[in-house]
Structures are given as structure tokens and as C-alpha cells.
Design a protein around this ligand. Structure first.
Ligand SMILES: [Ca+2]
Ligand SMILES: [Ca+2]
Length: 471
């Protein structure tokens, strides 16, 4: 059992009940139009450059001189076209398989989106160049190509497609179930090509020209840039770029219900009618997934374009845990959604460095990165700095716990101010103060199974946080 451990030097009061601030710190050298970050469940970050190159950014900030993959001869890049997505198979350690999403070079105005599989070579830092194309989707316009692909906790590959492009979804494609555009697709790639999961909404479709496409999982998306799964509970988060007035963020439990309709082009954001002249749900907006957050555009021109991120599940910044991070390409702000028990509240801020933010990324420890301009940045909490010179510890056992857990404090802990337990949403569920006992037993009998954080604050304004698993 890996015990997550951090020593943090700052007043304990920063942990809850405050407006979260973030700072970004440049990490590694510059890249050429980076648009995605992925990890292969090890400590490397894979940086996707739009022209068709994937580079390895090591945990010490160096970049391998030889790219992991170079498919610039296949990729058509420019504007919203390019190599846009990268996902490593859940069994990558044994299969060596990974997947890319790019627009090809057949046309600059009507390219194809290609979903393809590659494999790693005998050298773990270099991929084979043999490509297996799984899906080809014709694009009627150069923009709104989606691009994100990632695996869900069901081990199926999810692919976000844009509505095809132009503006206002002129072909009414996002609501058209015989078209793969404007959709979240879900395919099983465990075989040699791909197959349709039996629980896809149109899995039994004969797949004729007017039949629903069995690859479809959810409909009604405009340009999902981007989507992710919460690595703790598997919840699906989709940020969908708006047309005229609103940017929206959607969150559904698990991966939602097969056949979910996210509303576009009928609706933009939270029940703002955009165009209901085509095929729209008979029950109106109530039959669609309402976003958990929306925000209005500001000014004219590039006035809003959401870049979806992740729910933070790392351990370095306890106050981030359970919060969803997103950004905006136009306003250059970073946003946070915080769960309040029944809904998500939104805050946005202009960080210490501003860029047109194009992507977030997660490393294998759940720490978050953001990409803007030519750089990759770590997302950090400026209020919390790890002090490695001030080593102290407490024991927590059994961990995982069932009915109770013991906190065993060493003699160094004679200046304890408070002990608090937080759930994964960052909500404090138990607290003690003026603790004088060395050994403290806590009943966890009534705790829902899952991850908790034990925080011990010292009178000298230091604190320690450890992760507790309750089964
Ligand atoms: Ca397009
Ligand atoms: Ca929507």
C-alpha cells in the first residue's frame, strides 16, 4: 500500500472554506503547438504536437531527443486540424498499444478524422510506425474536429467528435444518429480492429446508410474540447465549446447513460435555445443533459472557448482534491468547479502566467499540467509549499481500514493544533482540536467506502496530510 505523504508549511486554515488560488510553473522546454498530454501509467509525460509528433517529457523536465512517434507525413495540420489526441491502452504495459486521433492530409477544407492504433517498439521510448486505422470520419469543414480520445473505467475507448464545423451545425449532424459527427463514440478495441460494446445505445443497428451508427454512445455535442474521466469514481466530464454566447461543462455519474443527449444544436449551455428547427428532443431541454456549469462570453471576437480538464486526484495539493479544473483559450483564465454537496460552484481567475490554454494533462500520480502557447506548466497551489527539511511523521493503521483506524503520533507531535478528516470532495467530515493523546482511535464504521485525507496541523503553522482508504 502506497502511503501518500506530504508535509506542508502553511497555516491549516488554508485547507477549506476559502477561494482556491492556482499558480502555473513552467515545466520542461518549449514545444511546437502542443495540444495534448497523456501518460502511459509511468512517470513520463507524452506531449502531442499538432503537426504530428509525440515527444517524451521526463519527470526531470528533459525531453528525449528522438520523438516517440512522428507521423507528420500523414497528418494535415493548421487551424483546428492536426494530431489532436493520444490514449494509451489500459493494458499498455503488456500490449504496447496506443491510439491517436488526427485529421489527415487529403484536404485542408474537408479532411478525414482518423482513429488509429500504434504500438511501442522494443525501445520503450520509441513507437513502431506501422499504423492500423480503426475509423475514418469525413469532415465537411476544417473546424470542430473534436480530437480527444481516452479509455473509460469500462476499458472501452471513448472518442469525442465535433459537429463537423462551419458554424451553427448547418447540417444538423450532432442530433443525427446516422452520422458520427457531434457525438461521443465508444468502441471496444481489445481485438485486432474494433467491435461494438453490447450496451451501446444502437449496438444492434444494421448500420445501413440511414440507420443509427452503433459506435455512438452519446449525441448532441458541438466540439468537446475536452473530456475526461475522474480516476477515482469514473465520472465523465465533458467541456463543450459554445457557438455564440455560452461555454459549458457537463458531468455525469459513471459515464452517464448510453444515448445521453448533450443538446447541441438545439441548445447552447443551460437551456439557451440555439436552433430547434431541426431534429430536437420532443420533451425539449429536459430530455437533454444540463451542464453543471456555464459561463457567458465576454466581449467580441475570441470571447470564450472552454478547454476541459480533470478532477484533481493527486496528493501534492490536498486543497485541490475533488475539484474540477478547466480553462479558457480566449480569456486565458483558469477555472475551478467545487462540489458543495448538491451542486458545483464555479470560480475563475487570471493566473500568474496567461496563455491561450489548449489542454490539460494528468501524470500517473494525478498531478495536473496545463498547456498554452509553446509550454507545459504544472498547476500548483501557491499557498502550499513542501518543506523537505522539516521531516516528521505519524502512523496510520490499519490502512486500508474497515471499522476503525488508529493515529499514532510520535513525541514530536506535542504541538498539535487540530486533526481533521476530509472526504474526496475536500469536505471536512470530522475534526478534533487540542489533542493531547499520543494514540487516537477513530471509528470509520459509518464512513462510505473510499478515499479520505487525515490532516494534522501543528501550532507552528505546519501540517501533514495522509491518505486513508476505508473499505
Ligand atoms: Ca471539421
Ligand atoms: Ca450541451
Amino acid at each position: 500500500m502506497k502511503t501518500l505523504y506530504s508535509i506542508i508549511v502553511f497555516c491549516c486554515l488554508v485547507f477549506s472554506g476559502f477561494s482556491q488560488t492556482v499558480e502555473v510553473q513552467s515545466f520542461g522546454p518549449s514545444f511546437s503547438n502542443p495540444v495534448e498530454i497523456a501518460n502511459a501509467n509511468d512517470n513520463r509525460l507524452f506531449i502531442v504536437e499538432k503537426a504530428g509528433i509525440i515527444k517524451i517529457l521526463n519527470s526531470n523536465g528533459t525531453v528525449n531527443p528522438t520523438p516517440f512517434l512522428n507521423i507528420t507525413t500523414k497528418v494535415g495540420s493548421g487551424g483546428e486540424r492536426g494530431l489532436l489526441g493520444l490514449a494509451f491502452s489500459p493494458d499498455y504495459a503488456t500490449s504496447g498499444r496506443f491510439y491517436v486521433n488526427y485529421t489527415d492530409n487529403t484536404s485542408t477544407t474537408e479532411p478525414n478524422t482518423i482513429i488509429a492504433r500504434y504500438t511501442v517498439s522494443a525501445n520503450p521510448d520509441i513507437a513502431n510506425t506501422i499504423e492500423t486505422v480503426l475509423l475514418t470520419i469525413n469532415q465537411p469543414f476544417d473546424n470542430h474536429n473534436g480530437g480527444k480520445l481516452t479509455f473509460g473505467s469500462d476499458n472501452f475507448l471513448y472518442v469525442g467528435t465535433g459537429d463537423g464545423g462551419s458554424g451553427g451545425d448547418p447540417g444538423d449532424r450532432a442530433q443525427n444518429t446516422s452520422n458520427l459527427l457531434g457525438k461521443l463514440l465508444r468502441i471496444d478495441v481489445s481485438g485486432s480492429t474494433y467491435s461494438i460494446p453490447g450496451t451501446n445505445p444502437f449496438s444492434s443497428s444494421l448500420n445501413g446508410p440511414n440507420d443509427p451508427r452503433p459506435e455512438i454512445y452519446a449525441i448532441g455535442l458541438r466540439n468537446p474540447w475536452k473530456f475526461s474521466f475522474d480516476k477515482t469514481n469514473g465520472d465523465l466530464w465533458i467541456a463543450d465549446v459554445g457557438q455564440n454566447n455560452y461555454e459549458e461543462i457537463n458531468s455525469v455519474s459513471g459515464s452517464g447513460t448510453p444515448g445521453d443527449n448533450y443538446g447541441w444544436r438545439c441548445y447552447e449551455g443551460n437551456n439557451h435555445i440555439f436552433n430547434t428547427s431541426g431534429s430536437c428532443p420532443s420533451g425539449g431541454f429536459n430530455e437533454t443533459i444540463a451542464p453543471v456549469a456555464e459561463y457567458a462570453h465576454v466581449g467580441s471576437g475570441c470571447s470564450g472557448s472552454v478547454t476541459g480538464g480533470y478532477v484533481y486526484r493527486g496528493s501534492t495539493f490536498p486543497s485541490f482534491v475533488g475539484k474540477y479544473f478547466f480553462a479558457d483559450y480566449c480569456t486565458q483564465q483558469i477555472g475551478i468547479l467545487t462540489y458543495s454537496g448538491s451542486s458545483w460552484s464555479m470560480s475563475k481567475q487570471t493566473p500568474n502566467i496567461t496563455q491561450g490554454w489548449t489542454s490539460f494533462g494528468e501524470d500517473n500520480n494525478g498531478e495536473l499540467y496545463i498547456v498554452g502557447g509553446s509550454n507545459v506548466y504544472k498547476i500548483t497551489d501557491p499557498n502550499l509549499n513542501v518543506d523537505v527539511n522539516n521531516q516528521f511523521d505519524f502512523k496510520l493503521y490499519p490502512n486500508p481500514s474497515h471499522n476503525n483506524v488508529t493515529i499514532n503520533l510520535s513525541s514530536k507531535f506535542n504541538s498539535i493544533e487540530s486533526i481533521s478528516i476530509f472526504n474526496v470532495h475536500g469536505q471536512k467530515i470530522k475534526g478534533f482540536s487540542n489533542q493531547n493523546e499520543q494514540i487516537i482511535n477513530i471509528s470509520t464504521k459509518n464512513y462510505i467506502s473510499g478515499i479520505y485525507f487525515i490532516e494534522i496541523c501543528l501550532n507552528n503553522s505546519s501540517k501533514i496530510v495522509k491518505k486513508l482508504i476505508v473499505n
